[in-house]
Design a protein around this ligand. Structure first.
Ligand code: ZN
Length: 292
């Protein structure tokens, strides 16, 4: 009887493995941050399952993948990187630990610009690190719809490379997604037609600002809290330029932003650069910037 039960148990395990592998004919894709998951799902559709390395509300500046994530990564089909700072520290380790994994950069062909703080010190951070390992280049390329069109192309190419049989599906999905981004871009252009300046703690919105003729004023100085004199200068700046709203994000402290907003009798509002609900979130951020 005992032996019989053992056999039944083993058969169940075998069956589970069998059906498991049948379901796993989906392509397991890894990405670094949530907005990438949104992009990959748009193009991969039902063909892909997407794992995100950096959990919501963690900063992509100093993240360390868990051992469990490394195991899953080793069994994944493809990993789309985007150039966030933690990748620089981890990519070699990931490559060494997962020799079979295809690693494709979603940022291929995109020229990154130095983080531009417009902080009127003449200091544009060209040669030094901003304290979060950004180096001198701005990693936040996923927040510009025109640049996302290029990133979508890289995703399409990557998916076709590992799953050529479904090329048609991916191409159709890609075309539909591009349509969507084009209309989002037009909507944003309309909403932000007046241009203007906005103040933000961490300078995540440089490419977004470039795309829509806005000016981003960052509070953070090279990845650190500003000194008292700098805060006083920012308060004066906000007053002269009639800035009342200060953007903050859930991954960083809001203390400095609150101090400034209190002095100018303004308010802080959340603009999350890592929202998975990418398109809607950009419209929301546009509205918050417009509130002034
Ligand atoms: Zn950042």
């Amino acid at each position: 009887m005992k032996r019989f039960l053992m056999v039944v148990a083993w058969m169940a395990v075998g069956l589970a493995l069998f059906t498991g592998s049948a379901i796993a004919s989906d392509i397991n894709v890894f990405v670094s941050i949530l907005p990438q998951k949104y992009f990959v799902r748009q193009i991969g559709g039902d063909r892909v399952t997407v794992d995100v390395l950096i959990p919501p509300n963690s900063s992509p500046h100093a993240y360390e993948p868990s051992p469990r994530q490394m195991v899953r990564l080793a069994g994944a089909g493809i990993y789309f990187t985007t150039g966030v700072p933690f990748e620089a520290a981890w990519l070699d380790k990931i490559r060494a630990a997962t020799p079979g994994l295809k690693i494709v950069s979603m940022a291929d062909g995109i020229e990154r610009k130095p983080i531009d703080r417009h902080n009127e010190n003449g200091d544009h951070g060209d040669d030094h690190d901003d304290g979060h390992g950004h180096g001198s280049l701005d990693p936040h390329i996923w927040l510009s719809p025109p640049l996302v069109m290029l990133q979508a192309r890289n995703i399409l190419t990557g998916l076709i490379r590992i799953d050529p049989g479904n090329r048609k599906t991916y191409e159709d999905n890609y075309a539909a997604f591009i349509q969507k981004v084009v209309s989002l871009d037009a909507q944003l252009r309309r909403r932000l037609a007046d241009g203007g300046k906005f103040m933000v703690f961490h300078p995540s919105w440089g490419y977004f600002a470039d795309a829509y003729g806005l000016t981003q004023i960052a509070i953070e100085v090279e990845g650190k809290s500003p000194k008292a004199a700098e805060i006083a200068r920012l308060i004066r700046y906000a007053e002269t330029h009639d800035i009342r709203t200060i953007l903050v994000q859930p991954q960083f402290s809001t203390r400095d932003a609150e101090m400034i907003s209190k002095s100018i009798r303004g308010k802080t509002v959340v603009a999350d650069p890592l929202s998975e609900n990418w398109a809607e979130n950009l419209l929301l951020v546009a509205d918050r910037i417009r509130e002034k």
